[in-house]
Ligand binder design. Structure first.
Ligand SMILES: NC(=O)c1ccc[n+]([C@@H]2O[C@H](COP(=O)([O-])OP(=O)(O)OC[C@H]3O[C@@H](n4cnc5c(N)ncnc54)[C@H](OP(=O)(O)O)[C@@H]3O)[C@@H](O)[C@H]2O)c1
Length: 234
């Protein structure tokens, strides 16, 4: 039986992609799951999951959200936060570069405002991404933000112990974050992973399994768990 049975979990950014799959796996494991996202509804209906509207960049709204839902065992945040800038740094719109940090601000807000709602034996997971430690041309903003997320996790872990906090770092994952359709999508995912040790895009389910490990293993904190098909070694 999963140790998540009977636990209460909040999944921010859980209306789509990786967060949605984490919400589904937690619910299947017998946890009570509350999903928070701006649109306040899931991209597909999953019975038994509560959905509540919240913007992780709105600190007052986030405080009200956590007040509404009380004490929790798990806090997962996979919200992208906003748009990401892609392209070479020296010609990039610097406002776009700065705006890419919305992901970090959303994560920081949720730990600061939601951390106190997590029980002492509970756990937090944030989602970084393989560009944090594997730079690709055009990914400077994403790399820098990912590094910041992983550094934040290492830095905050001693401060919030005994609550545990970890990052999960996905490789290229087939989620709605990528808007390409049809053959364009297949080409994008195939080309983006061709040199990875496992040359295919990952699934949200595979990343959710890494998140579950970080939530359920009571001896893991302050670290980053890579679920990336060997992208870092490509
Ligand atoms: N997919 C990949 O290849 C990949 C690779 C490495 C890392 N990652 C990381 O994994 C995480 C999840 O990505 P994904 O692929 O699952 O993306 P996704 O399918 O686009 O889902 C993003 C989720 O974030 C929510 N969200 C965005 N901004 C928000 C805000 N300001 N407040 C509240 N919720 C917000 C969205 O819901 P609403 O629009 O309703 O707010 C949605 O539920 C992200 O941090 C991403 O950077 C993804």
């Amino acid at each position: 039986m999963s140790s998540s049975k009977g636990k209460k979990a909040i999944v921010l950014g859980g209306s789509s992609g990786i967060g949605l799959e984490v919400a589904r796996v937690l619910s299947e494991a017998g946890a009570e799951v509350i999903v928070g996202s701006r649109r306040g509804k899931l991209v597909e209906t999953i019975p038994g999951i509560t959905v509540d509207s919240v913007d992780v960049l709105d600190r007052d709204g986030l405080a009200n959200f956590f007040q509404r839902h009380g004490r929790i065992d798990y806090l997962v945040n996979s919200a992208t936060g906003g748009p990401r800038a892609v392209g070479p740094f020296m010609s990039m719109d610097l406002d776009g570069f700065q705006a890419s940090f919305a992901k970090l601000w959303g994560y920081a807000n949720s730990v600061r405002i939601g951390g106190g709602h997590v029980k002492d034996d509970g756990a937090i997971v944030l989602v970084s991404g393989y560009p944090a430690r594997k730079h690709k041309p055009g990914y400077i903003a994403i790399s820098t933000v990912g590094n910041a997320v992983e550094g934040f996790v290492r830095g905050i872990a001693p401060e919030i112990a005994p609550v545990r906090i970890n990052a999960v770092s996905p490789g290229l994952i087939d989620t709605p974050m990528f808007v390409h359709q049809g053959e364009d999508r297949e080409k994008f995912l195939a080309e983006g992973t061709a040199h990875h040790l496992i040359p295919r895009a990952g699934t949200s389910r595979e990343v959710a399994s890494g998140v579950m490990f970080a939530l359920e293993n009571n001896f893991v904190t302050g670290t980053t768990i890579d679920v990336d098909g060997g992208a870092l070694l490509s």
